[in-house]
Write a protein that binds this ligand. Sequence first.
Ligand SMILES: NC(=O)c1ccc[n+]([C@@H]2O[C@H](COP(=O)([O-])OP(=O)(O)OC[C@H]3O[C@@H](n4cnc5c(N)ncnc54)[C@H](O)[C@@H]3O)[C@@H](O)[C@H]2O)c1
Length: 280
Amino acid sequence: MGRIEGKVALVTGAARGMGRSHAVRLAQEGADIVAVDLCASLDTAPYPGASSQDLDLTTQLVEQFDRRIIARQVDVRDSKAMQAVVDESIAELDHIDIVCANAGIASFGFSWELSDEAWQEIIDVNLTGAWKTAKAVIPHMIERGQGGSIIFISSVAGLIGVPTMAHYTASKHGVVGLMRALAVELARHDVRVNTVNPGNVDTPMVDNAPTRQIFMPDLRDPTREDAERIMKEMSALPVSWLDPREVSNAVLFLASDEARHITGITLPVDAGMMIPNKLK
Ligand SMILES: NC(=O)c1ccc[n+]([C@@H]2O[C@H](COP(=O)([O-])OP(=O)(O)OC[C@H]3O[C@@H](n4cnc5c(N)ncnc54)[C@H](O)[C@@H]3O)[C@@H](O)[C@H]2O)c1
């Protein structure tokens, strides 16, 4: 018997990276999955977006656990399309118990040098998209009357300031604020709302050549090993970046009844990145 047997989980940004990992981990523990992803590149992100083949692979991985999956190419910024996939999923799978609002993008630049477009796209996807995702499911959870768990993927950048990422930092702090308001609003309906705040995680968002070059401007064509060295410096624990599955385990915990009286919290999964005094 899985830890979330019989539940249905909506995961956004599920084509690759952490979103795929959350979908697969939740399916492994017994949930049917609604997987949503844009499957396209964003205008202002310096790295390529996911593809429909990526979403197909997520589908195959979920089906290996004999779970049902509805996978759709949907933009979390599109309220109507989000509502349509939620309505379709409830019609087919009967209910949605878990929401993991994970879709997100990153871009870089000092705050005073960011373009209006870069600022707006980050806020629209990371913050407004998270709200639209939750909004599409909350009335169903309330009406059904059997509670639920909403997990927003924020970041350490939702708790501390990160240079050259003011827009991202603002969006991820915004997600924490959204979570706190929803946690209060929804507690009487037994719907729990929390954030997971990852540190550096090994996904295509971070492991790509343009991003490496931005973080290591003094190196020519910095490698994955160069990135690992810098990330290890950022961690308190002796690790560079985390496997996506480690974040998925935190999502799974918050989704499960093991966390049934936990709401309104921020849960860092960051290898101690935010501990102020590190002994190296
Ligand atoms: N990788 C890290 O180190 C790290 C750290 C902290 C937080 N995060 C957050 O974790 C989440 C997952 O990121 P990841 O590292 O797996 O990145 P990723 O780029 O590998 O995956 C993000 C997914 O979101 C999808 N997406 C982007 N915009 C979308 C939209 N408008 N509608 C639907 N889907 C969209 C992408 O297509 C992609 O599949 C993001 O919210 C990110 O900000 C990442």
